[in-house]
Design a protein around this ligand. Structure first.
Ligand code: AMP
Length: 399
C-alpha cells in the first residue's frame, strides 16, 4: 500500500492547531497553528521538516478561512495526497469508548455531549464541520480525550452523590488526556519489551494541564481528572482538588459569584496562584534557584500532590511494571521528577540522578536507580496517536 498522509486538527475557540503526518516519516511534514481567529490579529504560524518557522497575518480570519489558507500548504507538503483527517475532540461522554469515523450519527452524538464540555466541544465541532465542508470526500475521524478512560470500573468513576445526578445528568468522573496516556502506555510496553496487553503502568502527563492514570493491560483503570479537567493535580493555572465547600465558603464570606469562583480555580490558581509569578515551570525553577520562597513552595506542592496521586493509583494496579513521566514538565524537568519520587520511597521508587539529568528535550529512557521499580521518561505524541487511530479506521472501513 502507498504511503498515506493524515492531517491532524485540534480546534480551540480561537485557535486551530494542525500537524500533517506521513507513514513514511517519524516527524510531521508540516505543523503549526492559527491563533487569535475571528479577530484583527489572526495569524497562521507553521513549520516544516527543516524546522524553519513561517507566519502569515490573516486579519479577521475565522476557522474556515484559516483552514482554507492552510490548504495549499498541506497540498504542497504532501504532494496533493491527503488520505484522511483526524480531529481531537475533548469530550466523548459515555457514548464514545474509542475513536470513530465521523458521520451524521457521530456528529449528533458529539453535539449531545456539549453540556459536559461547553468550552471545548463546540470549538471541536466547528473544526469538524469546517473540515467536512472543505473536504467532503475525505474520511474524517474523531479521537476523544475521554474515550480511553471509559474502561474505568464504576467504583472509580462514580462520585458519592445521589445516583440520579449520574443517571439523569451524566455527573461522573470521565478523565482526560486519554490519547496521551494511551500513547505513552503503549510506548512503555514497546520500550521495555513487555506486551501492551499484559503490563501495568502509572502514567503522569504533566503539561499545562496535568493528570495521572493507572493503565492495566492497555486499559485505563483510574485517572486523576474527573467530570471536568479541573479535578486532581495542581496544574499551570488550575487548582486541582480543593475542598468542594470552597465554593460556598467564598460565596458566603466574599459574596463571590460562580463565574468568579470558576475563573479563580481555572485561571488564577495552580502554579500561578501559589507562586504569584508564573504558570510556567521553567520560570519557577529559575526563581527557585534564586531562592524565591513562593516559587519553591509552588514546586513543592506540585510534586507532593503528584506523588500522592500516583500513590493513590497503586490501589488500581495488580502490580507495577513502571511509572511514566510525560508532557512538557514530565519530559523536561529532572527537578520535578526527583522531588516527586522522593516522596515515594516507601513504595520502593528511587531516581538515578545521572539518568534523570540525561532525559530532557525529547530524550526518553529509564531514570530509576538499579534494582528499583522502573521509572520511564517518554515524550508523548498525541498527534501521532490520532493519525494512527485515523489510519486504523481507514483500514477497517476499507476491509
Ligand atoms: P505542555 O502543555 O505539554 O506543552 O507543557 C507545558 C509545560 O511544560 C509548561 O509548564 C512549561 O514550563 C513546561 N516545560 C517545558 N520545558 C521545560 C523545561 N525545560 N523545564 C521545566 N519545565 C518545562
Amino acid at each position: 500500500m502507498a504511503t498515506r498522509n493524515i492531517l491532524v486538527l485540534n480546534c480551540g475557540s480561537s485557535s486551530l492547531k494542525f500537524a500533517l503526518l506521513s507513514q513514511a516519516h517519524s516527524t510531521p511534514l508540516l505543523a503549526g497553528q492559527a491563533e487569535r481567529l475571528a479577530g484583527p490579529q489572526a495569524t497562521l504560524h507553521w513549520w516544516q521538516a527543516a524546522n524553519i518557522r513561517q507566519r502569515r497575518e490573516l486579519p479577521g480570519a475565522d476557522h474556515r478561512a484559516a483552514l482554507q489558507a492552510l490548504l495549499p500548504l498541506v497540498e504542497a507538503a504532501c504532494g496533493g495526497g491527503l488520505h484522511g483527517i483526524g480531529h481531537r475532540v475533548v469530550h466523548g461522554g459515555e457514548q464514545f469508548t474509542q475513536s470513530c469515523l465521523i458521520d451524521a450519527r457521530t456528529l449528533a452524538a458529539i453535539r449531545e455531549t456539549v453540556p459536559l464540555a461547553p468550552l471545548h466541544n463546540p470549538a471541536n465541532l466547528l473544526g469538524i464541520e469546517t473540515a467536512l465542508a472543505l473536504f467532503p470526500d475525505l474520511p474524517q475521524v474523531a479521537v476523544f480525550d475521554t474515550a480511553f478512560h471509559q474502561s474505568m470500573p464504576e467504583h472509580a468513576y462514580r462520585y458519592a452523590i445521589p445516583e440520579r445526578f449520574y443517571r439523569e445528568h451524566g455527573v461522573r468522573r470521565y478523565g482526560f488526556h486519554g490519547t496521551s496516556h494511551r500513547y505513552v502506555g503503549r510506548r512503555a510496553a514497546e520500550i521495555t519489551g513487555l506486551s501492551p496487553g499484559d503490563s501495568c503502568w502509572l502514567s503522569a502527563h504533566l503539561g499545562n494541564g496535568c493528570s495521572t492514570c493507572a493503565i492495566v493491560d492497555g486499559q485505563s483503570r483510574d485517572t486523576s481528572m474527573g467530570l471536568t479537567p479541573l479535578e486532581g493535580l495542581v496544574m499551570g493555572t488550575r487548582s486541582g482538588d480543593v475542598d468542594p465547600n470552597l465554593h460556598s465558603h467564598l460565596a458566603r464570606t466574599l459574596g463571590w459569584s460562580l463565574t468568579e469562583i470558576d475563573h479563580l480555580l481555572n485561571s488564577e490558581s495552580g502554579l500561578l496562584g501559589l507562586s504569584g509569578l508564573s504558570n510556567d515551570m521553567r520560570n519557577l525553577e529559575q526563581e527557585r534557584a534564586r531562592g524565591h520562597r513562593q516559587a519553591t513552595l509552588a514546586i513543592e506542592v506540585f510534586c507532593y500532590r503528584l506523588a500522592k496521586s500516583l500513590a493513590a493509583l497503586f490501589c488500581a494496579l495488580p502490580r507495577l511494571d513502571g511509572a511514566i513521566f510525560t508532557g512538557g514538565i514530565g519530559e523536561n524537568s529532572p527537578l520535578v521528577r526527583a522531588r516527586t519520587v522522593a516522596h515515594m520511597g516507601l513504595l520502593g521508587l528511587v531516581v538515578d540522578e545521572t539518568a534523570n539529568a540525561r532525559c530532557v528535550g525529547g530524550v526518553s529512557g529509564a531514570i530509576n536507580a538499579p534494582g528499583h521499580p522502573r521509572l520511564l521518561v517518554i515524550p508523548t505524541n498525541e498527534e501521532q496517536q490520532i493519525a494512527l487511530d485515523t489510519l486504523a479506521l481507514l483500514d477497517s472501513s476499507a476491509s
